[in-house]
Design a protein around this ligand. Structure first.
Ligand SMILES: [Zn+2]
Length: 118
């Protein structure tokens, strides 16, 4: 071996981190949750959508997200869906990039030889 590198992180990982930072910087607006086209039940208990067999409403565009451990559903118009679809994609990309950055960082920490001895 030609001597240990002075940089424990390494050029390759620094390059990966720079690429992730670059991609993060390019992400525009980001909406939580996901939106999909589906049939649904309304809130009226005596509506046909609650009978058996059920006649569901829709199809409509349902936006689902979690807030304080509760699931929130809202309908979107087709026009809203067209305008905001990319923002859901951005949020998904954001989560993927954060995950990649965390895995990379964990890898570096795991290889650190200064862990306390038991
Ligand atoms: Zn209904």
């Amino acid at each position: 071996m030609a001597g240990k590198s002075k940089d424990p992180i390494g050029a390759k990982r620094r390059k990966t981190q720079a690429r992730i930072a670059d991609e993060l910087g390019k992400i525009g607006f980001a909406l939580p949750g996901s939106a999909m086209v589906r049939n649904y039940r309304c809130g009226k208990a005596n509506c046909a959508c609650h009978s058996d067999p059920a006649r569901l409403h829709g199809p409509s565009i349902q936006w689902t997200r979690k807030l304080d451990a509760k699931t929130i559903n809202r309908r979107l118009t087709e026009e809203q869906w067209r305008d905001y679809q990319a923002w859901f994609d951005n949020a998904r990309k954001l989560r993927a990039l954060v995950g990649e950055l965390e895995r990379l960082s964990l890898e570096i920490l795991e290889e650190d030889d200064r862990w306390p001895r038991r």
